[in-house]
Design a protein around this ligand. Structure first.
Ligand SMILES: [Zn+2]
Length: 193
């Protein structure tokens, strides 16, 4: 599990520059505790793996994040969830270990869901390209490229780090567009999954 959380932390760092520590509960809190919600979920629902995410603030606000950090924290969690969602190797290993009780999910899905699982197994945790993209220069000459398998895509721009809302706009293939914040965006055609 820590291997995947490590990947998620690296992805978040690539995107937002925010460093997340990871480890066991006692490592993170510096003390041993019992009766926490993670343990309760594992024991109550008999799930093999559980984990918790601590808020991104590194000391001043603690768990009570200020308004300005709410949206960035949600983006961090979205990146993290996409990586952990791609835990197919782990899920399949678990299914094999309990083969009398569970079936291998890869043998039971079809169509686009199967292609998504295969992409996860190949190491691609975001085959639909829905994870946040870190903006580059975003000039008219070097616009931020937004991948899409379609000729148009709805884009949400987080214009300023302290904003608690995003600006939506449609991007059409071959028509670069400038957001109100000044950044340019352009659709980048990719093959469908
Ligand atoms: Zn913007």
């Amino acid at each position: 599990m820590q291997k995947y959380i490590k990947q998620a932390a690296a992805k978040i760092y690539d995107y937002s520059g925010r460093k997340y520590a990871y480890g066991t509960t006692s490592q993170m809190l510096g003390k041993k505790i019992s009766g926490d919600s993670v343990t309760w979920v594992r024991n109550t629902y008999q799930v093999p793996y559980t984990y918790a995410i601590m808020p991104r603030d590194d000391g001043y606000y603690g768990p009570a994040l200020p308004e300005s950090q709410l949206l960035p924290a949600c983006r961090d969690v979205m990146v993290e969830m996409r990586v952990v969602r791609a835990l197919q190797p782990l899920r399949r290993a678990f299914a094999r270990a309990y083969c009398n009780k569970m079936h291998d999910p890869l043998e039971h899905v079809t169509g686009i869901e199967k292609r998504e699982l295969l992409a996860h197994l190949a190491g691609d945790c975001d085959p639909f390209r829905i994870m946040p993209i870190k903006r580059g220069p975003g000039t008219r000459e070097r616009p931020n490229l937004v991948p899409s398998a379609f000729c148009q895509r709805l884009l949400a721009c987080s214009c300023h780090p302290d904003d608690n809302h995003v600006e939506y706009m449609w991007l059409h293939q071959g028509v670069p567009k400038r957001c109100g914040c000044g950044y340019w965006f352009e659709l980048c055609p990719i093959a469908p999954l």
